[in-house]
Write a protein that binds this ligand. Structure first.
Ligand SMILES: *Cc1c(COP(=O)(O)O)cnc(C)c1O
Length: 395
């Protein structure tokens, strides 16, 4: 039992526990089947229904459904009028798509460092990165905790910059009691299966601004001003393409899934927070492992539960601990490799060493399993495996 599975011992559990997994209910299946039998597979009534329900849940005036979180970011970057030569400030510790949307528009990504406690964009470094060409700031709510929106927004206002919040992790999170979705001029969500709510692939842009909502609606539909259903209702064939857009539409059967997923979301959110409390309590006794701080004025949605290893207390590096936990059948992961370290960004001339907090965090980060369907046994297995592995490598 105490012999590490990595060294031939018995693993903590016999079945693999992934770091994230979707919850699909019978209601979800019924809802998708009924949409599949309806006259509309895409551009039908379920899209508007889902958008209205999503807007209501987040408190935003408008929600526009698109085909992925990446499409949502691309649409927001277009809505912010990011163009060739414009600079956009993006945290270095995120998924590549946050930065890529700037490149789609021909803009330049200016990577910023993160705060050491929350690993969110550090508001104190933003102003030193602003130049005459800066057009926008994109914040990321790392692991599900809202960024420092008041501080970032006041910088954006002072310098006349667009503010986009990549809330791929933070659907259902709150900041000062306010729901994520209304804290920036545009907020983007991902509906990928590892996220809190899924439509398979999918994304949403929320905004309170009618013009931005209209822009995103056109952007997802080739830049055309009316959709197929509107023309059908108006008994008209005429349409106009006024911008260069894309086909980033989300189908009706996916929106049908999104609707039933929205109803179950509160349960998933509660369960994730409960699991986080269990982890927090257990790991208070394990000094080799440090969870990310959640600030008192916000509620995280706990898309992830990242921890940092205290490597000074350990005789092993992160890679060995990662392999040892996986050998115990605990599917740990790492979020994220700093985006400027990827070969594509390196080829654009970015060099390591300019984001000391994000880069040091990356060397020590592990994401522990976190999803609503984990039961008490699963949670305890993760805790036991962490104690087992880290005690074995204790200096
Ligand atoms: C998941 C994710 C995305 C991209 O979402 P997709 O739906 O996979 O395109 C973007 N940013 C962050 C931070 C994410 O976690």
């Amino acid at each position: 039992m105490n012999q590490l599975a990595l060294a031939g011992g018995t693993p903590i559990r016999s079945q693999w526990l992934p770091y994230g997994r979707q919850s699909i209910s019978d209601d979800d299946v019924a809802s998708v089947c009924s949409a599949l039998r309806s006259p509309w597979l895409t551009t039908g009534p379920k899209v508007a229904e889902f958008e209205a329900a999503f807007a209501e849940r987040t408190g935003a005036r408008f929600a526009v459904a698109v085909s992925s979180g990446t499409a949502a970011l691309h649409a927001a970057a277009s809505g912010a009028r990011i163009r060739a030569g414009d600079e956009v400030i993006v945290p270095a510790l995120t998924f590549a798509a946050t930065a890529n949307c700037v490149r789609y528009q021909g803009g330049t990504v200016v990577f910023a460092d993160v705060r050491d406690d929350t690993l969110n964009l550090d508001p104190n470094v933003i102003e030193s990165l602003i130049t005459a060409r800066t057009r926008a700031i994109i914040t990321v709510d790392y692991a599900g905790q809202p960024s420092d929106m008041d501080e970032v927004r006041s910088i954006a206002v002072r310098h006349d910059l667009q503010l986009i919040e990549d809330a791929s992790h933070s659907l259902g999170a709150t900041y000062d009691g306010v729901c994520v979705g209304t804290l920036a001029s545009m907020t983007t969500f991902s509906l990928h299966p590892v996220k809190l709510l899924t439509t398979g692939e999918g994304g949403v842009v929320t905004t309170d601004d009618q013009d931005l909502a209209d822009h995103v609606r056109r952007f997802r539909n080739h830049g055309i001003t009316t959709d197929h259903r509107q023309r059908e209702e108006a008994e008209s064939w005429h349409y106009e393409m006024i911008d260069l857009g894309y086909n980033y539409r989300l189908t009706d059967f996916q929106c049908a899934l999104g609707l039933t997923q929205l109803f179950q979301m509160e349960h998933s959110l509660r369960r994730r927070r409960e699991i986080a409390r269990h982890y927090d309590g257990a790991f208070a006794e394990l000094p080799e492992l440090k969870p990310v701080t959640v600030l008192p004025d916000r509620e995280s949605a706990f898309h992830l539960y990242p921890v940092r290893l205290d490597l000074k207390r350990l005789s092993a590096d992160r890679k060995t601990v990662f392999r040892a936990l996986r050998a115990e059948n605990i599917g740990v992961n790492v979020h994220y490799i700093p985006v400027p370290w990827h070969p594509y960004y390196m080829s654009l001339g970015y060099q390591r060493g300019q984001w000391p907090v994000a880069e040091a965090a990356y060397e020590r980060l592990l994401s522990l399993p976190m999803f609503a369907q984990m039961d008490g046994r699963d949670v305890q297995d993760v805790i036991d495996a962490c104690f087992k592995v880290l005690s074995a490598f204790r200096r």
